[in-house]
Write a protein that binds this ligand. Structure first.
Ligand SMILES: [Zn+2]
Ligand SMILES: [Zn+2]
Length: 367
C-alpha cells in the first residue's frame, strides 16, 4: 500500500536542519505484513534524542531510513501467527523487539535481545528483510518501528497492547521515554523508601525517570540539568531540590541512587561523583561512541559505589508498559507533562533543531 513517511536521506547534515533538510517527506510502498507481523495505522509518534543521534551521526545507521521509534497506533491487519494483538487494538511500539528465545532475552530485560539488536543494527525487522520501498529501492526501518509515517508494518514482538483510555500521544511516550527512564528507576536503580534519588539530564527520558522516582513511596527526588526551564518543570512535578551540574559539584550534593540520562561523558562523571557511599549510579543516556569519562576508581572502591549500564531501562515492554499505563491512569505518572508540543510530520526538520537546541522535552507528531 502507499504511505507517507519521513525519510532520513543523509547523515551529519549542517545545522540548522530547517535549512539543510536532511529528512524529506515522501510517498513509499509498504508491503503486507508477514505471518508474525502486523500493519498499524500510526496515531502518534514522539521525536526522541535517538532519532537525532541518527540524523547527526552519533549513531551510525544505514540510510535512507524511515525514522521514528517512539510511536503508538491502531492495528489494521495481523499475520496468521500473531497472537498477542488483534485488529482494532491500540498498541505501543518498543524500539527493541524481543525474540523471547535467546540467552539475552532470558535475563528478563537486563540484557538487550541479541537477535533484535542485530536486526535493528542493519535496518531490518526482527523476521529479516524490509517492508519499505521507494521507487523500487529498499528503505531501512528504524529500530523495528519507523513510526514517522502514516502506517507501519512491524513484528508482533515490537508491540504491547494498551487499553483505549490511554490516548495515542501518552501511549507513544510510554514506549521509549517512559520505558527507558522509568525502567531505569524500577528495574535498575530501585530506590527504597527513605532514600534519595537524583536524575542528571532532564530531557524526555530523564524527566520520565524523575516522575517515576516521585511515584515511589518515601523516595526524595533531586533534578539536575543546566537549563533553568527544565529545573522549573522538575520542581512543578514534585522534585524536592534542583541543581545545575555545577551546583552539584560545588555544594557536594549526594544521592543514594543517581540516574544519568543526559548521554554525555561529563554528565556521567557528575552522576558518579554525586552518588553517595554505598549508592548506585544507573547510566541510561547514549553518548557518542568515542566519548570517554574520567572517574576515580579509588572512590568507587572506598565508597562502595555500583555502576549499572541500562539499555531501554532494563525493561521488558510487555511486563512494564501495562504497569506504567496503570500508574498514569492513577495519576501517579503525569506523562502529559513530558509533552511540549504536538506537530505535523512536515515540521520534522524543525523538530530536530528544537531537540538539538535542548529547548523541547517531547514533541509529538500527530497524524
Ligand atoms: Zn527514544
Ligand atoms: Zn532475544
Amino acid at each position: 500500500m502507499k504511505i507517507r513517511g519521513a525519510v532520513l536521506e543523509t547523515i551529519g547534515a549542517a545545522r540548522p536542519y530547517a535549512a539543510s533538510k536532511p529528512i524529506t517527506i515522501s510517498e513509499l510502498e509498504l508491503a503486507d505484513p508477514g505471518p508474525s507481523e502486523l500493519l498499524l495505522r500510526v496515531e502518534a509518534a514522539g521525536v526522541c534524542h535517538s532519532d537525532l543521534s541518527v540524523v547527526d551521526g552519533n549513531r551510525v545507521r544505514p540510510v535512507p531510513m524511515l525514522l521514528g521509534h517512539e510511536a503508538a497506533g491502531r492495528v489494521e491487519k495481523v499475520g496468521a501467527a500473531v497472537g498477542n494483538v488483534k485488529v482494532g487494538d491500540r498498541v505501543v511500539l518498543a524500539f527493541l523487539p524481543r525474540c523471547g528465545e535467546c540467552a539475552a532475552c532470558a535475563t528478563n530485560g537486563v540484557m538487550p535481545c541479541s537477535k533484535g539488536s542485530a536486526s535493528n543494527e542493519v535496518g531490518e525487522l526482527l523476521g529479516g528483510g524490509r517492508r519499505l520501498e521507494r521507487d523500487g529501492k529498499p528503505i531501512q526501518h528504524h529500530l523495528g518501528v519507523s513510526g514517522f509515517a502514516t502506517h507501519a508494518v512491524v513484528d508482533h514482538r515490537s508491540v504491547t497492547r494498551v487499553d483505549d483510555d490511554v490516548p495515542p500521544d501518552i501511549a507513544a511516550v510510554l514506549g521509549c521515554a517512559v520505558l527507558t527512564g522509568g525502567g531505569a528507576v524500577i528495574n535498575a536503580g530501585r530506590p527504597k523508601p527513605g532514600q534519595t534519588m537524583a536524575v542528571v539530564g532532564l530531557g524526555g527520558v530523564g524527566m520520565a525517570a524523575l516522575m517515576t522516582g516521585l511515584a515511589q513511596e518515601g523516595v526524595t527526588v533531586i533534578g539536575v540539568d543546566a537549563m533553568s526551564a527544565k529545573l522549573e518543570l522538575a520542581r512543578k512535578l514534585g522534585a524536592a531540590e534542583t541543581y545545575t551540574p555545577q551546583e552539584v559539584l560545588e555544594r557536594r550534593v549526594r544521592a543514594d541512587v543517581v540516574i544519568e540520562a543526559a548521554g554525555n561523558a561529563r554528565a556521567f562523571e557528575t552522576a558518579v561523583e554525586m552518588t553517595a557511599p554505598g549508592g548506585r549510579v544507573v547510566t541510561v543516556g547514549l553518548p557518542a561512541p568515542d566519548a570517554r569519562s574520567s572517574i576515580s576508581p579509588l572512590q568507587l572502591v572506598a565508597q562502595a559505589k555500583t555502576i549499572i549500564g541500562s539499555y531501554l531501562g532494563s525493561a521488558v515492554p510487555s511486563r512494564d508498559i501495562p504497569l506504567f499505563a496503570q500508574w498514569w491512569r492513577e495519576g501517579k505518572l503525569p506523562v502529559e507533562e513530558l509533552i511540549s508540543a504536538h506537530i505535523g510530520m512536515n515540521s520534522i526538520n524543525e523538530a530536530m533543531d528544537a531537540l538539538a537546541d535542548r529547548t523541547a522535552v517531547r514533541q509529538i507528531i500527530v497524524f
